[in-house]
Design a protein around this ligand. Structure first.
Ligand SMILES: O=C(O)c1ccccc1NCC(=O)[C@H](O)[C@H](O)COP(=O)(O)O
Length: 212
C-alpha cells in the first residue's frame, strides 16, 4: 500500500518519515496554505533524502499554470504532481504531454456522491486519483474525513488514494471499509500545520502492520 505523508516542510522530518516507511512525501506548493514551502525549500529537502529506497516526491498544486509547474520542477526535481484545484482534463493532458515522466495525480474534494462521477473524465489523462474531503474555505489539509461508506461502490479505472482526516486512530476503520491503492495523511500526523509529529507517524505504521 502507498503511504503518502503530506505537508512536509523540514528536511529532518522528511528523512525520518521516509525511514519510517512512507512511500511518498507531499510538498504544498499552494501559497495560501500554512504548509506552503518554496521550490528552493523543496529542493533542499529532496537533497537531504537518500537515493536508495527514495520515496515519491509529490508537489501539490491548486489551479497552477504550466509555467508555474515548470518553474518549480526546474528547481526541485519532483517525481509527481498532484492537482488539488479545479483543473480540467484538458489541462491534465497538456501537463502530461509537457512532463511525460511525472506521475500525475488528480485530487477530488468529495462534497456529494455526484462528485465521484466526475473522476471518470480524468481516467485517460492522469495516473492516479485522490479522494479528499470537501471544505468550503480550505482546498486541503482540512482534517475532515469523508463518508467512507458512500465510497464503497467507487471502482475507478485508475488507482486511487484515500485522503481526508486520516490518523492512526481511524486508519484501520477506514481500511476495513475501503480498499484504496494508498492513503494520504497530513493533519492527522501533525503537531501543527507543517510540523509533523513523528510519534504519530510511528503509530500509523504500527497500525498498518496490524492489518490482516
Ligand atoms: O495540506 C494543505 O495545506 C493543502 C492546501 C491546499 C491544497 C492541498 C493541501 N493538501 C493536500 C493533501 O494532499 C492533504 O494531504 C490532504 O488534503 C489530506 O489532508 P488531511 O485531511 O489534513 O490529512
Amino acid at each position: 500500500m502507498r503511504v503518502k505523508i503530506c505537508g512536509i516542510t523540514q528536511p529532518a522530518q522528511a528523512q525520518a518519515i521516509a525511514a519510517l516507511g512512507a512511500t511518498a512525501l507531499g510538498f504544498i506548493c499552494v501559497s495560501a496554505s500554512p504548509r506552503y514551502i518554496t521550490p528552493e525549500q523543496i529542493q533542499a529537502i529532496l537533497a537531504a533524502l537518500p537515493t536508495a529506497n527514495r520515496p515519491d516526491c509529490i508537489g501539490v498544486f491548486a489551479n497552477p499554470t504550466l509555467a508555474e509547474i515548470a518553474t518549480t520542477l526546474a528547481i526541485a526535481p519532483l517525481s509527481a504532481i498532484q492537482l488539488h484545484g479545479q483543473e480540467t482534463p484538458q489541462f491534465c493532458q497538456q501537463l502530461r504531454q509537457q512532463f511525460p515522466h511525472l506521475e500525475l495525480i488528480k485530487a477530488f474534494r468529495i462534497s456529494s456522491i455526484e462528485t465521484l462521477a466526475q473522476t471518470a473524465a480524468y481516467a485517460t489523462v492522469v495516473d492516479t486519483l485522490l479522494l479528499d474531503a470537501y471544505h468550503p474555505q480550505q482546498l486541503g489539509g482540512t482534517g475532515q474525513t469523508l463518508d467512507w461508506r458512500s465510497l464503497k461502490s467507487f471502482q475507478p479505472q485508475k488507482p486511487w488514494l484515500l485522503a481526508g482526516g486520516l490518523n492512526p486512530g481511524n486508519i484501520l476503520t477506514a481500511l476495513q471499509q475501503l480498499s484504496p491503492a494508498g492513503i494520504d495523511l497530513s493533519s492527522g500526523v501533525e503537531r501543527s500545520p507543517g510540523d509533523k509529529d513523528l510519534d504519530l507517524v510511528v503509530q500509523l505504521f504500527e497500525q498498518l502492520r496490524h492489518r490482516a
